[in-house]
Write a new protein. Structure first.
Length: 246
């Protein structure tokens, strides 16, 4: 299986149990999407996949409805997607994706977390080349589907790699091909389980168990910030995570 697939499996295992963070992140994404493009599902393809993401995360429908209503509230600010790049201890590269209505507050918080845990904030573009951003779709397999045939057909729509993950088909493509892949899946009546943008390190770095423990504390602190939506690193999966990912 591909490098992206294995890295994603290990990262997914680490994120299990953080459902409240996941609900907060998806809720904010829904609100921002509705404010930008409206609440009509038929005319807002991004909203359609976000609602599927919410279902996949077992997010209650009431939470989804509140996020949609919040978008039309006068109190809902203008949010920006900002990516911050820095180093953690032991030379580990960290990319922090945020959605914020106050960049001054967010960058100050991110810098503080990094400094307190032996890291430092870098300049824009200093580390992003170390990661590859991909569109990642998870769909429910149709009965009798041939993965190789599906991959050959979807190449023309931007799919780069397709893998089976337990009871899901995982499809990888470039971010600019997100809409093309989504259109293909919807037109061919695939049930989209979730669709997101994810980042994968081009190379990973091994760390000792005690170093991993320190890094985990920094990552958890970053993820606890309400402005932070995703944290990516180039830490190599631990042996235990590799075993669980198989």
């Amino acid at each position: 299986m591909g490098r992206a697939f294995e890295y994603r499996k290990a990262r997914k295992l680490k994120r299990w149990g953080n459902m409240s963070r996941t609900f907060t992140r998806i809720g904010k994404e829904i609100s921002i999407c509705v404010k930008e493009s409206g609440p009509d599902l038929s005319g807002n393809p991004r909203l359609r996949v976000l609602i599927q993401n919410a279902k996949a995360a077992n997010m209650p429908k009431d939470n989804v409805d509140r996020a949609i209503k919040k978008a039309v509230s006068k109190d809902f600010g203008d949010y920006k997607d900002m990516v911050y790049e820095g180093y953690g201890p032991f030379g580990i590269a960290i990319l922090i994706e945020t959605q914020t209505d106050n960049t001054t507050r967010t960058v100050a918080n991110v810098r503080s977390y990094l400094n307190r845990h032996g890291g430092s904030l870098g300049t824009t573009g200093s580390l992003s080349f170390m990661f590859e951003r991909k569109a990642v779709f998870k769909v429910v397999p149709k009965e009798g589907i041939d993965i190789e045939e599906l991959e050959l057909e979807m190449i023309d729509y931007g799919a780069e790699e397709i893998e089976m993950d337990e009871n899901e088909i995982v499809i990888y493509g470039q971010p600019e091909d997100f809409s093309r892949i989504q259109n293909y899946l919807e037109e061919h009546e695939f049930e989209i389980f979730s669709a997101e943008f994810e980042r994968f390190p081009n190379e990973t770095k091994e760390v000792a168990p005690e170093q991993r423990e320190m890094l985990d504390k920094l990552i958890e602190k970053l993820e606890d910030d309400e402005d932070v939506s995703n944290v990516y690193t180039n830490i190599a999966p631990s042996p235990d995570e590799d075993e669980k990912a198989e």
